[in-house]
Design a protein around this ligand. Structure first.
Ligand SMILES: Nc1ncnc2c1ncn2[C@@H]1O[C@H](COP(=O)(O)OP(=O)(O)OP(=O)(O)O)[C@@H](O)[C@H]1O
Length: 482
């Protein structure tokens, strides 16, 4: 049976105290509630709880204030923070104060009761050795309050005080590099270098020299010993962007460095010890690459100690307006005219499918800050500014029609084709019908510009190029359809 204990719930909302209190009592815990910091302080000494659940915004102050001191006096106490201010800042502050868990409001009651059971079965997490207020809290880079982003904040907060390897997953423009920078600049390595290298941006044959450095004369043009990114990042963080594009030979070498903690330059023989935190990122399906023998499984496990998944912007639409306002505000701080969004414009932004994710939204807001003559950005301006006439992805009728066509096609294939063999697979057959149309139409809409088409499709440029070759499509011959 799960352990039971005494729990103090602090929230100025009586409804929350009742609901949480009842749920916990039903599980056999002893529960008391308080509505303010004053009441909390009074109860802490008389009641001596095992777990403290506290809201952040309390009528007489910030619920996080004093938490570090409480834990210092009572190291066994586990603290669970509830907060409606679902920002990276709150998650980090909660972790810094030594809180056991941070739950964004509105929270899931099951999650809370589970957190309490976990807390009772675990020793309190010691407060971060940096001490209070040691981290720069202002101007935190990541914006967004969606549940998906809260999960990201919680994970970031948990990895700041350790050196675990991190794999950031997400489509292009979702903020993978920003997450890596945030982990570095808020973590214990922040006074050391943050070095980024993008595997897709460097010719394959140069990747090893860039990463590990090279000796004088190692190859034509190697005029002097040059330190690689590993050595440049000494003591700090190395961000390996687009790791899925790393050639296999370089992967083998990288794995060796991660296992030994030593780098040997290309053409060199004397290893150099390196102390570097690794954060890798990819928009590719690494498991698929492993299956195709294009990515080493052992390297994958080394890199993927803590995964952080950034969902596409279209799957966290509640963040769109916050982000849009953030970018307009930033433009104003940079000296551009201050702009706001009309209701219609806000609706349109929410409905759009954002294939280029946050980067696309950021670029659009910057453009509008410069171009729009009115102070309030109206729907009309957006209609021109959004690509493809801002057709929202959720456009119900075409999506329904497509779904209908796919259903009919699949049923027919299953009816006709079962047991006849010869066909590659239903999945491939469908893609072979649909994908070339998607690629052709998208390319035609941007006059064959592969970079823009890849952005609209939300896939990597190299992936697009490969697909075009596979389907025998020539982007230059694609004309805007009638
Ligand atoms: N949550 C966010 N809050 C504020 N700005 C963001 C957020 N996410 C992304 N951005 C901004 O959007 C732009 C794209 O982000 P970033 O370069 O980190 O994406 P990425 O996933 O690494 O893209 P790629 O895979 O193409 O390299 C950056 O200018 C970044 O500052």
């Amino acid at each position: 049976m799960a352990a039971t204990g005494s729990i103090l719930v602090v929230d100025d909302d009586p409804a929350i105290c009742v609901v949480v209190g009842e749920a916990l009592r039903r599980q056999g815990h002893k529960v008391k509630t308080a509505a303010s910091i004053r009441e909390r302080t009074a109860l802490m000494s008389s009641f001596a709880p095992d777990v403290l659940i506290t809201d952040v915004m309390l009528p007489d102050g910030d619920g996080l204030d004093g938490v570090a001191e409480i834990i210092e006096h009572k190291p066994d106490l586990n603290v669970i923070i509830l907060s409606a201010q679902n920002t990276l800042n709150t998650a980090i502050r909660a972790t810094e104060k030594g809180a056991f868990e941070y739950l964004p409001k509105p929270f899931d009651l099951n999650e809370l009761t589970r957190a309490v059971s976990d807390a009772l079965g675990t020793r309190a997490v010691a407060a971060n050795g940096d001490g209070e207020g040691a981290l720069p809290h202002d101007g935190l880079p990541l914006v967004g309050r969606s549940p998906a982003m809260q999960e990201v904040y919680r994970t970031i907060a948990r990895v700041l005080s350790n050196d675990l390897s991190i794999l950031v997953l997400g489509e292009s423009g979702t903020g993978k590099e920003l997450v890596a920078e945030a982990i570095h600049s808020l973590g214990q390595r922040r006074t050391k270098p943050f070095v980024a290298i993008n595997m897709a941006a460097i010719p394959r044959e140069l990747i090893e020299a860039e990463l590990f450095g090279y000796e004088k004369g190692a190859f034509t043009g190697a005029h002097a010993r040059t330190a690689g990114k590993f050595e440049q990042a000494q003591g700090g963080t190395l961000f390996l962007d687009e790791i899925g594009d790393m050639p296999l030979e370089a992967q083998t070498r990288l794995l060796r460095v991660l296992q030994s903690g030593e780098v040997t330059t290309v053409g060199g023989s004397k290893p150099v010890r390196v102390n570097v935190r690794i954060i890798a990122a990819t928009n590719k399906d690494l498991l698929q690459l492993i299956e195709e023998n294009r990515f080493r499984q052992d390297l994958y496990y080394r890199l993927n100690v803590v995964p952080i998944a950034l969902p596409p912007l279209r799957e966290r639409r509640e963040d769109v307006i916050l982000l849009a306002r953030h970018f307009l505000e930033r433009a104003a701080i940079e000296g551009l005219p201050r702009k706001s969004l009309s209701d219609e414009a806000a609706q349109m932004l929410m409905a759009y499918h954002w294939p280029g994710n946050v980067r696309e939204l950021q670029n659009l807001m910057q453009r509008l800050a410069v171009l729009s003559r009115e102070n309030v950005i109206a729907g009309d301006i957006l209609r021109h500014a959004l690509p493809l006439d801002s057709v929202p992805a959720d456009h119900a009728v075409p999506a329904d029609q497509l779904a209908h066509a796919v259903r009919e096609w699949t049923r027919r294939q299953l009816g006709v084709g079962l047991g006849q063999g010869g066909s590659r697979s239903l999945h491939d057959d469908l893609l072979a019908v649909v994908e070339p149309i998607l690629l052709q139409e998208t390319l035609a809409s941007v006059d064959g510009n592969q970079i823009r088409a890849a952005g609209l499709l939300g896939i990597n440029r190299n992936t697009l190029r490969k697909k075009l070759t596979d389907y025998g499509l020539d982007p230059l011959q694609l004309r805007v359809p009638d």
